[in-house]
Ligand binder design. Structure first.
Ligand SMILES: [Fe+2]
Length: 308
C-alpha cells in the first residue's frame, strides 16, 4: 500500500464566488466542474480532474483531504488496516462526486476526515498528452502560478498519536521532528512522496487546519507571487518573504477570502525512495524560532495559534 500524494483538499468557504475568484484569478487554478454550492478546481502541475473542492458553508473549514493511492487494491487494504487501528471506515461509490472514483473515508485520531481513492478522472497536462508543446498557452497569466498542492498543515491535540497513525497505517515517515519538552514530537513534517513533507502536524484543536500549501516552481516565483498578491490587494500574512529554517524553503503566507491560510513556497528537499530512507532531522525547542522563521528568528504567536 502506498499513498502517492495529497491529491485533493476540500474546503468549506463562506462566499463561494469570492473563493473561486481567489483560487482562479489570484492562485492560478482552473474550474473543472461547478455545481450548486460547490466548485472543483485543478492546478496546472497536476493531471487529475481536481485538486481543490470549495463548498459553500456558513463557516470556513477543512472538510476533508484526499490521499491518492498507488493501486486500486489499496482501498481494501486500507479499509482493513484503518479499521484495525480503530477508525470508522465507510465507502463512497464511484460517480457520487464529479470526477472521483470509489473512495474509502475515515477519520484520523486528530478528527480530520480523509478520503483515500485511486481513480479520478484524468485530464492531463495543459499542453496535451501527445507531442506536447513545452510552452503551452499560459492560462495562469497574472496569477501567482501555483503549481501543485504541496502539503497540508493540520492540527492535532496529540501530535505523537497522529504521527504514529500516519506512520503505522498510511506508511508516512517524518523528515523533521520538533522535540517537545516531554521528549515526544511537538510538531512533525511527514512525507509519503519524494519531497520532505506532504502533511505537517502541528499542535492544536482536532480537525483544525493551519494552512494549505501550494508549490511555486522557483524561488523567484515566490517573490513575483508576492508582487501579484499585493497587486490584487491580498495582504501577505503573517510575513512577506521569509524562509523556514526547517528545510530552508522560501515562503510566504496569506489568507483566502474566507480566512483560510494559504502558503506559496519553493524548495523542499527530496526524500527519494520509500519512507524510512531519509533519517529525520530533529529540532530542539530552544532553536525552533530559527527553524520556523530563519530571517526573523522569532516566533509569531498569532501565526502559530491562528487555526481554521
Ligand atoms: Fe507549510
Amino acid at each position: 500500500m502506498a499513498v502517492t500524494k495529497v491529491g485533493r483538499v476540500v474546503l468549506t468557504v463562506t462566499d463561494l464566488d469570492e473563493a473561486v475568484r481567489h483560487y482562479t484569478e489570484t492562485m492560478g487554478l482552473s474550474v473543472t466542474t461547478r455545481r450548486a454550492g460547490e466548485a472543483y478546481l485543478r492546478l496546472p502541475g497536476d493531471q487529475d480532474h481536481h485538486n481543490l473542492v470549495l463548498q459553500q458553508s456558513d463557516r470556513a473549514s477543512l472538510a476533508s483531504f484526499g490521499l491518492k493511492m498507488s493501486d486500486p487494491g489499496d482501498l481494501e487494504e486500507l479499509e482493513l488496516v484503518a479499521g484495525r487501528a480503530g477508525a470508522d471506515v465507510r465507502r463512497v461509490s464511484a460517480g457520487e462526486h464529479p470526477g472521483l472514483g470509489e473512495a474509502v473515508v475515515f477519520r484520523l485520531p486528530s478528527e480530520h476526515e480523509v478520503w483515500a481513492y485511486h481513480d479520478i478522472e484524468h485530464i492531463g497536462w495543459a499542453g496535451g498528452m501527445e507531442n506536447p508543446d513545452p510552452v503551452p498557452e499560459d492560462a495562469t497569466a497574472g496569477t501567482v502560478h501555483a503549481q501543485r498542492i504541496d502539503h497540508v498543515a493540520i492540527c492535532a491535540p496529540d501530535v505523537g498519536d497522529l504521527a504514529t497513525f500516519l506512520t503505522e497505517v498510511l506508511d508516512f515517515d517524518s523528515s523533521e521532528i520538533l522535540i517537545g519538552p516531554d521528549g515526544r514530537p511537538g510538531a512533525t513534517w511527514m512525507y509519503c512522496t519524494n519531497t520532505m513533507h506532504d502533511i505537517a502536524v502541528v499542535p492544536g484543536p482536532g480537525a483544525g487546519l493551519h494552512h494549505v500549501s501550494f508549490a511555486a516552481d522557483s524561488r523567484a516565483a515566490v517573490i513575483n507571487g508576492i508582487d501579484t498578491l499585493r497587486h490584487r490587494g491580498v495582504p501577505t500574512m503573517d510575513f512577506g518573504l521569509t524562509r523556514h529554517g526547517i528545510a530552508g524553503v522560501t515562503t510566504t503566507y496569506f489568507h483566502d477570502p474566507s480566512g483560510i491560510r494559504n502558503e506559496l513556497f519553493f524548495g523542499p528537499y527530496p526524500t527519494p525512495g520509500v519512507p524510512g530512507q531519509v533519517p529525520p532531522v530533529e529540532w530542539e525547542m530552544a532553536e525552533f524560532a530559527r527553524g520556523a522563521f530563519y530571517y526573523e528568528n522569532e516566533l509569531d504567536m498569532a501565526f502559530m495559534t491562528e487555526i481554521t
